[in-house]
Design a protein around this ligand. Sequence first.
Ligand code: SF4
Length: 246
Amino acid sequence: MTRAQAAKLFDRLAAALPEPRGELDYTNPYTLLVAVVLSAQATDAGVNKATQALFKVADTPQKMLALGEKRLKEFIKTIGLYNTKAKNIIALSRILVEKYDGRVPRDRAALQSLPGVGRKTANVVLNIAFGEPTIAVDTHIFRVCNRTGLAPGRTPHEVEQRLEKIVPPERKRHAHHWLILHGRYVCKARKPDCPACVIRDLCAYKAKTTAEPAKTPAARKTRQSRPRTGKTGATKATKAAKNARA
Ligand code: SF4
């Protein structure tokens, strides 16, 4: 995709959703970090359900340490991999208290040195909590970038590097949210909703879906007048035949 086409693509996504927001609930950079760590291989809705009660009692690293790993697990046991995630959250909270005065560092290397925090999580925190123009490539963004041809790549890192080059500077702040929401609700993994897609003319995906054929009155009439088949119909017909023979 050319730069001009990419600019058009983001113009359209921006027009459709001028103020995009992520779907994870948080109250400060620390709770955002915890929510993103919990969201690995879990749904945002599932994470929000668990953190609603958790963040009422532990919205700072100090409070999380006071809560302790065992009680933390009680709050997050509905989330996949909760044992490992609880361990990581307690360990990263301890580092934040000991090394960063209880604050989340605005620094990629420092973030990625925390347990359970990879490049994607660091990008999300830098983007949402600190307004940095980073783009975290998750499964939705990876799919959208490859299908559309916006930023094709074999790995999330490759896609991220291409996005760095092709996303217009003024769109970088929100690019992450536009692409993720587009992938989650329109360009879905199993059946993309191409007829309703605002960027379909810019998209290079060859297997675009088409609208279901309209159900004309004639088609409905033909279906209604068709003789009944299948198990129920056959059984009734067989019974009727038997009764007639008796
Ligand atoms: S046209 Fe279809 S495949 Fe292309 S971005 Fe839109 S929904 Fe995805």
